[in-house]
Design a protein. Sequence first.
Length: 256
Amino acid sequence: MCRELTLLEEKMTWHQAVLYALPDAVLLFGDGRCIDGNVAAARLFGLAGREEVVGRDISWFSPQKQPDGRGSGEAISARIQDAVRGRPGRFAWKCRRAGGTTFDAEIALVTVRIDDAVVITVRIRDTSRENLLLAEARAAEWRAEMVIQGNPMPIVIWDLDMTIRAVNKAFLQMTGYERRALESMSVHDFESLDRTAWKITDALLKGQTVLEEVTLDLPVGTRTLIRYSTPLVGGDGNVIDVMTVYQDITLQRQWG
């Protein structure tokens, strides 16, 4: 086994030059053991230098089990077999550092033939932070959804293409629409009858809050409403949605 690894390493001079220049963490495996890696990979796994990754069994880089309960050895062997058969894979994986801590990663696995030897090339991208941010964003979205649904004011959330993403119960009661019917509707279905109102899209295009009085033809009848539309901005400063809050002033206008 050692002689085979030595011969393989001698054939890899050109490939090593490419490997060491890559900014991404990359490990090369032959016969289940790491035969090379770059500095980025060593740092990612908490090792002092690339020399420390060489010779380690592929199982060393993962905890005993993956989050789905499957053994890491069994799972990675299946992925390698797929790659050997010409089906390179990209998948989520739980990795383990030298100190024993684990981290979420995206693995890109392909096979490379160097002379007569088959080498497994593994690119590892740490996704721990983006997974955390995604979880936080989903939690924030869930909290926002709860606030919207519990709000007594009729509210609509519009996607950037101006289709309806969410409405609350108060909006359904005010308009007479069924939730299912709204799934195929867009901002164009809520144009003011008098055609003098600003469009909701102005809140998106101009990045400004739009406050206007509108008259809409709804299933419950014609209603005069105050419509307050404001862009919702994400952490990167870009608009991600538009929120519209309505107030029914039909009776006030009739009595006025």
